[in-house]
Design a protein around this ligand. Structure first.
Ligand code: NAI
Ligand code: A1CAB
Length: 285
C-alpha cells in the first residue's frame, strides 16, 4: 500500500488531504501528515480517522515515498536541509508553490521532483491544477501524478514561462473575482439600500448559475455577454461604466503578481544557497 505524505497542512495542504480522501484517490490510512503547529495536522486526522499524524518532517519522508510539500517558499531551505538525508532516488517530491525552480530542487535532492499548483476550486472537485515535471520524472511517474490529481481536479501541464500567469488565473483568480463580487454587492447596498444578505444571495446564485452554463458549454463568455446585453437595454448602460475602468485593470494586477514572483524567486535562490547539493551533503555516507 503506497503512502503519501503532506508536509504543511495549512490552507492548501489540508484542502489536498480532504480532496484526496473525499475523492477516494487515497484511503485515510495511506495518508501521513505533519505541520509545524501540530494542531493543524491533528485536525486533518480528526476529520479523517486513520490518517497518521507524524511528529516531524523526517518521519513523513521515512514513511511515505510521495511527498507533497505544502509550505510557503521561504520554508523550503530549512525543510530541504532536514529532508535531504531522508530522500532517496525512490522518493517523489511534489512542490505546490511556484517560485521554487525544479531545476534547483533537482540539484538539492536525489529524487524526482514535480510541481502541482492547486486551486481552492479543487476543494469542490472542480477547477484545474497546474503541472510541471522535472527531468527525473519517468512516463510512469507522470501518469501516477496525473492520475492522482485528476481524482479531484483537471491537471494541466504548463510550460515554466506561463506558470505565473496560469496560476494568477486559476489559483489567485478565486480571490480576485471574490473581491470584485464583494464590490458589486457593497455598491448595491450603498447605492440602493438593498440588504447585504439579499444582494449577496443574488450575487452568489448568479455566479453559480453562470458556472453551470459555462460547464454545460452552452455559452462562451462573449456569447453570455451578448445574450444578456439587450440592444437599447439597461445592461449596455451598465457596461459603459465598466468599459471606462476595467480594460487594462488586470494588466496592473498581473504586473504586480509577476513583480512579486520575481522577488520571491530571488529570495528563494539566496536561501537555497545554504543547502548543499545532495552529493555534497555533510551527513551523506
Ligand atoms: N492558498 C492558495 O490558494 C494557494 C497556495 N499555493 C501555494 O501553497 C503554499 C502554501 O499555501 P497555503 O496553504 O495557503 O499557506 P498556509 O500558510 O495556510 O500553510 C502553510 C503551512 O505550512 C506550515 N509550515 C510552515 N513551516 C513548516 C515546516 N517547517 N514544517 C512543517 N510545516 C510547516 C505552516 O504551519 C502552515 O500550516 C504556498 O507556497 C502557496 O504559494 C498554491 C496554490 C493556491
Ligand atoms: O497568494 C499566493 O501566493 C498563492 C499562490 C497562488 C494562490 N495563492
Amino acid at each position: 500500500m503506497e503512502r503519501i505524505g503532506i508536509i504543511g497542512t495549512g490552507s492548501m495542504g489540508s484542502m489536498l488531504a480532504d480532496a484526496l480522501i473525499a475523492s477516494k484517490a487515497l484511503s485515510p490510512s495511506q495518508l501521513i501528515v505533519t505541520n509545524r503547529t501540530p494542531v493543524k495536522a491533528e485536525a486533518v486526522a480528526e476529520r479523517h480517522p486513520g490518517v497518521t499524524v507524524a511528529t516531524n518532517n523526517t518521519q513523513v519522508a521515512r514513511e511515505a515515498r510521495m511527498l507533497l510539500l505544502c509550505v510557503k517558499p521561504l520554508e523550503y531551505s530549512s525543510i530541504l536541509l532536514e529532508l535531504q538525508e531522508e530522500l532517496t532516488p525512490h522518493h517523489l517530491l511534489i512542490t505546490i508553490t511556484s517560485p521554487v525552480q525544479l531545476e534547483r530542487l533537482e540539484e538539492l535532492v536525489s529524487c524526482a521532483v514535480a510541481r502541482v499548483v492547486p486551486s481552492i476550486t479543487n476543494a469542490a472537485a472542480s477547477g484545474v491544477c497546474l503541472c510541471e515535471f522535472g527531468t527525473r520524472i519517468t512516463p510512469e511517474l507522470r501518469e501516477k501524478i496525473l492520475s492522482l490529481f485528476s481524482a479531484f481536479s483537471q491537471p494541466i501541464e504548463v510550460p515554466e514561462q506561463f506558470l505565473r500567469i496560469s496560476s494568477d488565473i486559476s489559483s489567485c483568480g478565486p480571490a480576485f473575482l471574490s473581491y470584485i463580487l464583494r464590490n458589486m454587492i457593497d455598491d448595491a447596498v450603498e447605492e440602493t439600500g438593498i440588504s447585504t444578505e439579499a444582494a449577496s444571495y443574488l450575487a452568489m446564485q448568479m455566479v453559480i448559475g453562470m458556472a453551470e452554463l459555462l460547464k454545460k458549454e452552452r455559452f462562451s463568455l462573449s456569447t453570455l455577454e451578448q445574450r444578456v446585453c439587450v440592444p437599447g437595454g439597461v445592461t449596455g448602460e451598465g457596461l459603459i461604466a465598466l468599459q471606462q475602468s476595467v480594460p487594462g485593470l488586470f494588466r496592473q494586477v498581473y504586473q504586480r503578481t509577476h513583480r512579486k514572483f520575481a522577488e520571491d524567486i530571488e529570495v528563494v535562490k539566496l536561501q537555497l544557497q545554504h543547502v548543499p547539493p545532495f552529493e555534497l551533503s555533510p551527513n551523506r555516507s
